[in-house]
Design a protein around this ligand. Sequence first.
Ligand code: BYC
Length: 313
Amino acid sequence: MTVTDATSTDPSAVGQARFDELLADGRKVEPRDWMPDEYRKTMIRQIAQHAHSEVIGQQPEGNWITRAPSLKRKSILMAKVQDEAGHGLYLYSAAETLGVSRDELNEMLHSGRQKYSSIFNYPTLSWSDMGAVGWLVDGAAITNQVMLTRTSYGPYARAMIKICKEESFHQRQGFEIMLTMVNGTAEQKAMAQDSLNRWWWPALAMFGPPDADSTHTTQSIAWGIKLETNDQLRQKFVDMTVPQAEYLGLTVPDPDLRWNDETGHYEFGAIDWDDFWAVVKGDGPCNRERIAHKVKAWEDGAWVREAGRAHAE
Ligand code: BYC
């Protein structure tokens, strides 16, 4: 048997050839398509981490629902937090198409075997943090997720389209809270500045480690999972956000920040990666609280899942 014959009868070689062809043509990989085990593993890791982030991300904002300054602000915040739950649900459904169950994903989150975004381990200390989270955290999330609407795995790319529309609304409502705060009393403007000071650096770190230290970027770019690297997206976010801070009359807490006429980009100071890794490894200000709350909600909801299963039977 020649080598060609051997490969043509080997289902994984045929699958690999078709997978390569899909990627080369810029078409989507769909759940029933053959895919390399490592591609499946990477997609499950990333989509699950993304879903967990949406669900855990409800906590820092949920913290302010009862204390929102008006009925209008309360209903907007409730709608936003509810949207995040919806995003988590689309993403868990997308992950399930890869052959993993939602129960397994939850178990992996609760036992620390899967992660969620570093950003949700910082506390929301004031009402203006709701502005900063919407403006900066949702702003960073959209910068990354607009790219993901073109990612190679079909169910993930399609989920991202609706999510991005909602995130754009979230980002604008955050900016609008900031705008209201900076146009309020001197004390309110100082609160807005304090929120920017605390959220700026964690928002930059959300994009993940520098490209040189990123474990997955090279392979994820080759597979069309990522279309831009962590550093490219971070730069895009800085270039977009600094003029918005200027419009608000706020100061970005970075003495090294300067516009570079030659590159057409802002240069910015060093990110504290030791802090980032401490947070990712579970030692951030709120990691334990976030997971404990999530596990409690899961346990308290057991009767609902049981009732749903009994009803289905
Ligand atoms: N936090 O090789 P790298 C939202 C990990 S929620 C924690 O560059 P990758 C919202 C990474 O997992 C927004 N861990 O990774 C919700 C890897 O660890 P392992 C969430 C991080 O995957 C509510 C290691 O570091 N968005 O929108 O190629 C309210 C090396 O990194 C982080 C998403 O999840 C981090 N920030 O690139 C408001 C988007 N960064 O597994 C808003 C989807 C890195 O090797 N995810 N790590 O041990 C992605 O696009 C990519 O996964 C990332 C990282 C760009 C985040």
